[in-house]
Design a protein around this ligand. Structure first.
Ligand SMILES: [Zn+2]
Length: 73
C-alpha cells in the first residue's frame, strides 16, 4: 500500500505485513472491530516526532559504587 506523507506529501510504502499486524492488534468489543489506522506520516517524520518527544539525556557526576578512586580524580 502506498501512502502520501501528511506533512511533506512524499510518497512512502506501507508493507502488507505492517497492515496485517495493525489488523491483528486491533481491538474488538461486543463483536465490533476498532481497527488501528494506517500511519499518515512517512517513517522519517515518525522518527522525527519520536525524537522531539524524547527527554534530553543527562549525565551526572558521582562517586563510583565500588569505592575506588577513578582516574580523573
Ligand atoms: Zn514525511
Amino acid at each position: 500500500m502506498n501512502n502520501n506523507c501528511f506533512q511533506y506529501s512524499t510518497q512512502f510504502q506501507i508493507p502488507d505485513s505492517d497492515l496485517e499486524f495493525l489488523d491483528k492488534i486491533s481491538l474488538t468489543f461486543n463483536n465490533k472491530k476498532y481497527p488501528i489506522p494506517a500511519p499518515t506520516l512517512c517513517p522519517q517524520c515518525r522518527q522525527r516526532r519520536r525524537l522531539a518527544m524524547r527527554n534530553k539525556r543527562v549525565l551526572y557526576e558521582r562517586q563510583c559504587d565500588c569505592g575506588r578512586i577513578t582516574n580523573d580524580e
